[in-house]
Ligand binder design. Structure first.
Ligand SMILES: Nc1ncnc2c1ncn2[C@@H]1O[C@H](COP(=O)(O)OP(=O)(O)O)[C@@H](O)[C@H]1O
Ligand SMILES: [Mg+2]
Length: 271
């Protein structure tokens, strides 16, 4: 039955002709223009683009936190109407309740959804284990390092078994080593849960190391300039002898993406 559903529904999320305008005190800001994006089940999409180009805005539309000014955002063919647990969001700053310990933070959503107690315990344990936080479940957020807080945020999202995980520069505030570990963790989780992921990053190598598809956005108003399909993430995870990072294919795509982004920055500087 599940399989049948999978074949019937081509895309998890479809964005069609999306425009988004913010209207504030200083007038209108055109943040996104003419965005078309179909996200397939199991894809790992990374969004890259200059600062202020509308990446977070795009993520918030998929999350249901913002409504497009024009166009349609759908999940499984139904209009996205507000946030819900089918699309779990991890932000750059972990959003944990400071008065709850790690375990209760992870269990919170399930309690709200009135899951039976034993199921809550089972799921909480399972995902704490998966993100490597067993042994820290009684700690309060202030006792955790940045990386551990992000692991807890991730476990909280995963415990809901979302269809899709949305991450907005989730490792942006972490040191290089922790960042690397988190990338490995995310890849492992994505492989294991077969989730669909949409991740924003400003690091080209992070995108190349994780994504099955990279979308590169233009400076404001954000448009999708180019998309790249790739499979480096599989080669990194299976421990291939040849490090995909040094292959001509990797270098080629990397160069092309950097060229597009630098071009954008150039335009910003002179506008
Ligand atoms: N609530 C808001 N009101 C008005 N302008 C906003 C608001 N949020 C974001 N913007 C503007 O919209 C543009 C896109 O923002 P954002 O999506 O955060 O970009 P990014 O994540 O790519 O840096 C920016 O110019 C930003 O200043
Ligand atoms: Mg942003």
């Amino acid at each position: 039955m599940d399989k049948m559903l999978k074949y019937k529904q081509e895309y998890v999320v479809t964005l069609k002709d999306i425009n988004l305008r913010y209207s504030g005190e200083k007038g209108e800001v055109n943040a996104l223009q003419n965005i078309n994006l179909d996200i397939e089940e199991g894809e790992f999409i990374c969004a890259l683009g200059p600062s202020g180009c509308g990446k977070s805005t795009l993520l918030k539309i998929i999350a249901g936190l913002l409504k497009p000014s024009q166009g349609e955002a759908k999940m499984d063919g139904e209009p996205i109407d507000g946030p819900d647990w089918h699309r779990g969001v991890v932000f750059q700053s972990p959003t944990l309740y400071p008065w709850l310990n790690v375990q209760d933070n992870v269990a919170f959503g399930l309690k709200m959804r009135k899951f039976p107690k034993n199921e809550i315990e089972e799921l909480t344990n399972k995902y704490l284990e998966l993100v490597g936080l067993k042994g820290s479940e009684k700690h309060k957020p202030y006792e955790l390092s940045g990386g551990m807080k992000q692991r807890a945020s991730l476990a909280r999202v995963l415990a809901n078994k979302p269809r899709m995980i949305l991450m907005d520069e989730p490792f942006g505030a972490l040191d290089a080593l922790t960042r690397q570990n988190m990338q490995t963790l995310i890849r492992k989780i994505w492989t294991k849960t077969e989730n669909t992921v949409f991740l924003i990053t400003h690091d080209v190598d992070e995108a190349l190391a994780l994504a099955t598809r990279i979308i590169v956005m233009s400076s404001r108003p954000g448009k999708i300039l180019k998309e790249f399909n790739m499979d480096f993430t599989y080669h990194i995870s299976d421990g291939s002898k040849e490090n995909p990072r040094y292959t001509p294919k990797y270098m080629g795509i990397r160069e092309e993406i950097l060229k597009i982004i630098n071009c954008q920055n150039e335009e910003l500087r002179f506008s």
